[in-house]
Structure formats: C-alpha cells, structure tokens
Design a protein around this ligand. Structure first.
Ligand code: TXA
Ligand code: MG
Length: 356
C-alpha cells in the first residue's frame, strides 16, 4: 500500500489534511498522528475491522487492548458504561492531557478494540491536531503507539515512517513530540485506583485528586509474582537489539566499571553503546556514547530516551550500558516513568557497582 505522508503546518493546508485523515479513518483506514506523548496509530475505535487492521499493521498480539482517544470529555459517557465521580474529577484536572483512564466499557465499543476485556482505556489528548483529527473521524479513535510491536514508541515522524511506511494509509508529520513517554494509565475499576503505567501525570498528582492511589506491583520489579494488569506492560516493549544493562552506583565507580566492560567487550570483538548524562558522557570509552541530557532535567531525558534506543538498533551495538536516570529528586516527577521504561528496555538487568 502507498502511504501518504503529510507535514502538518499552520493554517489551511493542515486543516485539509486533518479532514482527509478523518475521512480515511471513517472509511476504516489507518492514520498515524502526533500526540503530546508519542505518535499514535489510529483507526476507528467503533469499527472492529479497523482494530484488527491496527493489530496487523503493528504485528501486535490481539489480546493487547487499545486506548480509545476522544476529543471532548462528554464523550466519556459514550464509551464507558459507568462514569464515576473520580473520573470526572480527573478529567477536570488533567484533560486534555497525557492521562488514560480505565473504566467499564459500554456496548458501543467492540471487544476487538479492548482486546476482549470488559473495560476500556480512554484518553483525551491535548495535541490540537490530534483532537481535530479525532473530531473529523467521528469522535472515537483507537490508537496504540505507532511503532512495530517490540520497538520503542516513535517520538518523531521519521521513526513512524521507519516502522509504518507501506502498511497504513497516511502519516501526519507533526515534528517532535513534547513528552516522549506514553500517557499515565490509571485504573478506576479497582479501589483504591491503581497506576498501571507511570507517565507525565505522576502518582502524587493523581493522589491530590483521588486520595489514595496504588502502583501496580509490577512497575519496578521483575518478579512481583503476578502479571502486570495492563496487558501491554507484560511484553518487553522497548527492548533494543543490543543487550541493555543499567549500571547504578557512585558516578566514578560506574564510569570505571563501564569502561572496563567496554575494554573486555572490544577484546572479544564486540561493539558497546553507552547512555550517559551530559556531565559524565565525555569520560566513557564506548564505541557509541549517547548523551541523553542534563541529569537533573527529567523532561529532556524522557524526550530523548526512545530515540536513543532506536539509534542503537541502527548502529548495531552488541551491548549497551546505561547510567541510571530518574532518581534525582526535585524534578517534575517524571523519574518514575523514565525508570519504568528503562527497566523494561533492560529486561530488569541492573548492575550495582561500588568503589574499590
Ligand atoms: O500516550 C499514549 O497513551 C499513546 C498515545 C498514542 O496516545 N498510546 C499508547 O498506546 O501508548 P499503547 O497501545 O501503546 O499502550 C496502551 C497500554 C497497553 O499497555 C495496554 O495493555 C493498556 O494500555 N490498556 C489498554 N486498555 C486497557 C484496559 N482496558 N485495561 C488495562 N490496560 C489496558
Ligand atoms: Mg505501545
């Protein structure tokens, strides 16, 4: 299939493209589009065939439910069987924005969209083009991240094109996304509400509105003895091709350890990649050293993480060592989301080093 790629710009040309995208979606086609978190791969959420096509285009297991994107809060009543006061309070506080709520689903939403579940994930994105497109599409767009299954979520149109060109009808290029990590998912069908995926809207921010909020037990541990409650979180989503380990400890000890490992790997004829903060990056001897940003600037680190993981795939590194990020206090609080994604990408391989 020929994929139409359109650069979104200010003014009428974008308006036309968004209308065209809406038309494609209404007719059962697929359109990749920018949101404030990551790029989405959209299809009509109320059309079971569209959902099937989304799974096929991504190569994604069909038991992994899709998020239904809406463009106005009142449409929550269309897709959810019950809308608790808590949901309205969250909508008031954080919508439009990077928050997804799990609620009991209405009959309007086909099981194909929810991966067979009786619950539905709903999100009202803040990206203006995304919202317009959803409106033109009839109001309900199912959209997972626009990557092939197993690759990091795309943060620019370039990465969407890499994964989706030839597989879908249209790609809307809105430049680089703002946040770079997927939306926070909170499950309101349990008491207390549970965070199933950490994101820009933090647990503390949710608590201010909801009171007590718990974390899904699997967010930061490999063997919590149970499966993640968001089916998608059980897959090793963000895994780069090279074997990734997170190295934690005092900065000097981390640098010494990693440089030693790089030398050993070189002797075996292997290529190493390193993910480092700007202050320590110059001290590494790896073949490919990626500077993710200032360690204290969590927003920058979040925005760069997925792109860096993708670049390593292109550079064919055998092994990747990453410094640990997201533990510094005082930031926006994105630290948990960064750590959660990094741990998943590393398959929870964490190495603790000490000074000798
Ligand atoms: O920021 C985002 O949320 C992006 C943009 C495009 O909006 N979308 C996104 O979708 O990240 P996706 O499909 O890549 O991730 C959705 C996650 C999966 O882990 C899925 O298992 C979970 O949400 N999920 C969806 N519906 C659910 C439900 N009813 N119950 C529990 N988890 C659900
Ligand atoms: Mg995804």
């Amino acid at each position: 299939m020929e994929t139409k790629i359109v650069r979104l710009e200010e003014g009428n040309r974008s308006e036309e493209s968004l209308r065209e995208a809406g038309e494609i979606l209404k007719q059962g086609g697929l359109v990749a589009f920018p949101t404030e978190t990551v790029y989405g791969l959209g299809g009509d959420a109320l059309n079971p065939d569209s959902s099937r096509k989304i799974y096929a285009a991504k190569g994604r297991p069909s038991d992994n439910p899709l998020i239904v994107h809406i463009y106005r809060t009142e449409d929550l009543y269309q897709v959810a069987r019950e809308v608790p006061t808590q949901a309205l309070k969250l909508a008031e506080a954080f919508w439009p924005g990077p928050l997804t709520m799990i609620l009991p689903k209405s009959d309007l939403v086909p099981k194909e969209t929810t991966g067979g579940l009786d619950t539905v994930a709903v999100r009202l994105p803040s990206h203006p083009a995304a919202r317009k497109m959803i409106e033109y599409a009839g109001g309900f767009v199912a959209a997972p991240s626009a990557n092939l299954s197993g690759r990091p979520s795309p943060t620019t149109a370039k990465y969407v094109i890499e994964d989706m060109n030839g597989r879908i009808e249209m790609i809307l290029d809105g430049g680089e996304v703002g946040i770079g990590l997927e939306s926070t998912i909170v499950d309101l069908t349990v008491d207390p509400p549970q965070v199933l995926r950490p994101g820009f809207i933090t647990g503390e921010m949710l608590s201010e509105v909801l009171g007590k909020v718990e974390n899904d037990a699997t967010l930061f541990t490999a063997n919590a003895g149970q499966a993640p409650r968001a089916p998608g979180m059980k897959y090793r989503h963000y895994a780069p091709k090279g074997d990734l380990a997170i190295v934690q400890g005092d900065a000097e000890a981390v640098i010494a350890f990693v440089n030693e490992k790089v030398r050993e790997a070189k002797a075996r004829g292997e290529k190493c990649g390193i993910i480092a903060a700007s202050d320590t990056a110059p001290r590494y001897e790896g073949d490919v050293v990626k500077t993710i940003g200032d360690r204290r600037d969590e927003e920058v680190i979040a925005r760069h993480l997925y792109g860096i993981l993708r670049e390593f795939d292109d550079e064919n590194v055998d092994r990747i060592y990453s410094e640990s990020f997201g533990e510094e206090a005082g930031g926006h609080g994105l630290g948990q989301a960064i750590m959660n994604r990094l741990l998943k990408a590393a398959g929870h391989q964490v190495i603790q080093v000490r000074n000798h």
